[in-house]
Design a protein around this ligand. Structure first.
Ligand code: GUN
Length: 291
């Protein structure tokens, strides 16, 4: 069994990005600039944004955070987004989700210029992704594709079973892995809450991507020998430690790992790859926007 080390893979990619930034600066170009919009004071969102800022510093990007109270109206927020769309010093920006209930998230996302939508959430980027056209692929699917590449995992002709049909993981992964690319060329099955006999399907899978948000859903008797298992779950479970919680994935790791050819741990698997994907997208946005 090979443990897929997302932390190490992300660290290697981070070095590559930092080197490209150095090369840009040496060529007289400016550092890529990522802006994060943070509305309200959701603790998890504040942590995510702080981590994104830290990653920007580590690779030599400029980063800014624009914070707004949770009383901001949808129109006011969209007006702020228009300013970023028109600001030539901003290469890419993200609107940290979730937004307060009175704001329609998709309307806000649709107001972002797709060429600056480094989260890859705009319908133009999602549409281009499904057609195999140039686009920004959102962080988690992008990170999973990078992990499959980094570990040379064979995907051609393989049966990939995806647990979960979310817009941000399950459905884009199904699309990407069915394309005529590497990683890709898979036969894909998407399972969700209304799928009967999920175990019958997972037992046929060469690759399983677990992204349903149910802690330890995938048990040892649901996986065939030699499968590759990618765990996207990150549920906080109360625990008697300093933080008061521990992070649990969608896979019962101790039961599943012995059967696998490759498996991602939680934490330290897919998680560290997501921020790197945002950095990669921002670097590409800088390259595209200066043309
Ligand atoms: N909230 C949780 N994950 C994400 C993400 O990847 N992007 C944004 N914008 N918000 C999030």
């Amino acid at each position: 069994m090979i443990l897929i080390n997302g932390k190490e893979t992300a660290a290697n990619l981070k070095k590559e990005i930092a080197k490209k930034v150095e090369d840009r600066l040496a060529a007289g170009k400016r550092a890529p600039h990522l802006v994060a919009i943070l509305v309200g004071n959701n603790g998890a969102s504040m942590t995510y944004v702080a981590n994104k800022e830290k990653a920007c510093q580590q690779v030599g990007f400029k980063s800014s955070v624009l914070t707004y109270p949770d009383t901001i109206t949808q129109d006011e927020l969209i007006a702020e987004i228009q300013k970023l769309n028109n600001d030539p010093t901003v290469d890419g920006f993200i609107v940290q989700l979730p937004l307060p209930k009175h704001i329609d998230e998709q309307s806000v996302i649709e107001s972002i210029d797709p060429s600056k939508d480094v989260d890859g959430f705009h319908s133009v980027n999602v549409g281009n992704m499904t057609l195999g056209l140039p686009c920004f692929v959102s962080a988690t699917p992008h990170g999973i594709m990078e992990l499959l590449k980094a570990y040379n995992i064979e995907t051609k002709g393989k049966h990939c079973v995806i647990l979960g049909r979310s817009n941000i993981v399950g459905r884009p992964m199904a699309n990407l892995l069915s394309q005529k690319t590497y990683p890709g060329n898979c036969t894909v099955t998407v399972c969700h809450s209304l799928t009967p006999n999920i175990k019958d399907l997972t037992l046929q899978a060469d690759i399983i991507i677990a992204a349903i948000g149910v802690p330890e859903f995938l048990k040892g008797d649901m996986v065939k020998e030699g499968a590759t298992v990618i765990d996207v779950g990150i549920t906080r479970i109360p625990a008697d430690n300093e933080k008061g919680y521990r992070i649990v994935g969608d896979v019962a790791f101790d039961e599943v790992a012995p059967k696998c050819s490759h498996i991602t741990p939680v934490p330290g698997g897919v998680g560290p790859m997501t921020i790197i994907s945002l950095m990669e997208n921002t670097l590409r946005a800088a390259e595209i926007n200066e043309k």
